[in-house]
Design a protein around this ligand. Structure first.
Ligand code: CMC
Length: 430
């Protein structure tokens, strides 16, 4: 074994020493099991709440250099995909590893277009939800409601079957999202129209017959939504991708796994952050109020929503791209004045030692909500849009997990700190 690619560990409890192999900059956690204080000792475990330094998988889908602010999918920089690709082409790339040729792309788009209509039972399920209710909760439930319609989806080892379910999910989520939006607003459902294009059809199902109908048909709005979908398409082993893989690792079907991933996304520290960003900017109210707000935000008890990231310790490249789109979209849909508050907040925070010393920069959610609001989406829909976009990433992560022979059911260990054995005392004697 080459000494450059090993780690020598000495267990000071016993004096035992072992040389552990380092592969891909990683030491296998199982290697630590050999360190024991006695024969009946379980062996050393590693403790890592929140998986801050644990690689749970090998992956070839997405690469992030958080220190340098770089994001690539299958090697392609996010900046190039956002500007030049389409959402469905990028989805193919994530799932297949290469960009499609013209024929492959046309067939792919056509086969997804065929599957955009939802089973009647799923549309009925959505129509039972409370008007005005949270569309993210509706979305999670409706994705799960697809599962009983497609019992064959449980055959996860069958590659062809998997590919069909993947196409069906990609085709269904915009329809589900739009139906949830319309149910929330007590609007009649608009059914998908074949042949109109993925994004145009999505916007039509959302806004047809509403006051934003004309705005949603603007070419710059369609392009902005396409870019936003691409920017959110995947982000390697984040909370929701990890949920997708963990649920899928038990053999659950992809509808149920994806419902769980979407539930993980809904939280305010993950995909729910852009809603909170908007609420925060509205509460600040004007650029002049920013310095006061920031002073209060530095007490360690509150968070500036849309700032900071587990992986990026530099500018989030997605936030930079969204920032450059803002004015173009405003030209088509009208200005969202909250942009001035956001810009001042970014400027002041990046000039403040509290934020710079902790490497807290604006993340993807900081500017996306301002754009979504300008287009006409209520804040409650922001996580749903994130979920529609992230669906391709979740499916690619799930597929990679199913095809990976090294993957096992996700089942972490714990450090038990509870009481030792004690005897049950009947209630009357307590
Ligand atoms: N505002 C103020 N302080 C912050 C913030 C923030 N947004 N984020 C982190 N900190 C501070 C935190 O208090 C801690 O300070 P100290 O060392 O003095 O205790 C330090 O920075 C490190 O924070 P952490 O909680 O250990 O970092 P983490 O990697 O566990 O958290 C995060 C990452 C994204 C959950 C966090 O930065 C956060 O809560 N941000 C706001 C919510 C947000 O915008 N989430 C969207 C993330 S991007 C989209 C997505 O991937 O879903």
């Amino acid at each position: 074994m080459s000494h450059q690619s090993t780690l020598t560990v000495t267990d000071n409890r016993t004096g035992d020493t072992a040389e552990l192999p380092i592969e891909n900059g990683t030491v296998s956690a199982m290697e630590f099991r050999q360190f024991k204080t006695s024969d009946d000792d379980f062996g050393l475990k590693v403790y890592d709440p929140g998986f801050k330094n644990t690689a749970s998988t090998k992956s070839a889908i997405t690469w992030i250099d958080g220190e340098a602010g770089i994001l690539r999918h299958r090697g392609y920089p996010i900046e190039q995909l956002a500007k030049q690709s389409t959402y469905l082409e990028s989805a193919w790339l994530l799932l297949h590893g290469e960009l499609p040729d013209a024929d492959e792309l046309q067939t792919w788009e056509g086969r997804i277009d065929e599957l955009t209509l939802l089973p009647e039972s799923v549309a009925d399920t959505i129509s039972t939800f409370r008007i005005g209710g949270d569309p993210m909760g509706m979305f999670v439930s409706a994705v799960a409601a697809l599962s009983p319609c497609h019992p064959e989806a449980g055959e996860v080892e069958d590659g062809e079957n998997r590919a069909l379910q993947i196409r069906r999910i990609l085709a269904s989520v915009p329809t589900i999202a739009a139906f949830c939006f319309r149910r929330r607003g007590d609007l009649p459902l608009v059914y998908p129209e074949r042949g109109s294009g993925f994004v145009a059809n999505f916007l039509e199902m959302l806004f047809a017959g509403t006051e934003r109908e004309a705005v949603a048909r603007e070419a710059s709005v369609r392009r902005a939504v396409e870019m936003l979908l691409i920017l959110h398409i995947d982000h390697e082993q984040n909370c929701s991708a990890n949920a997708m893989r963990a649920i899928g690792s038990s053999g659950a079907d992809p509808y149920l796994s994806l419902a769980g991933a979407a539930a993980a996304l809904s939280g305010p520290l993950h995909g729910g952050a852009n809603q909170r960003v908007l609420r925060m900017l509205e509460a600040i109210g004007s650029p002049d109020a920013v310095p006061d707000f920031l002073e209060k935000a530095k007490d360690g008890k509150r968070r500036v929503m849309g700032f900071g990231h587990r992986v990026y310790k530099n500018r989030d490249p997605r936030a930079e791209i969204i920032k450059t789109m803002v004015e173009e979209v405003f030209d088509a849909v009208g200005r969202n004045e909250l942009i001035e508050v956001a810009r001042r907040l970014e400027e002041e925070a990046l000039d403040d030692d509290y934020f710079t010393s902790r490497k807290l920069y604006p993340n993807v959610d900081f500017y996306s909500g301002i754009l979504y609001q300008a287009i006409g989406f209520p804040a409650a829909m922001f996580p749903v849009l994130f979920a529609v976009a992230r669906t391709a990433g979740w499916l690619a992560q799930w597929q990679e997990m199913v095809e990976d022979d090294e993957q096992k059911i996700a089942r972490p260990r714990q450090i038990y700190l509870g009481p030792d054995k004690r005897d049950y005392v009947p209630v009357k004697e307590r």
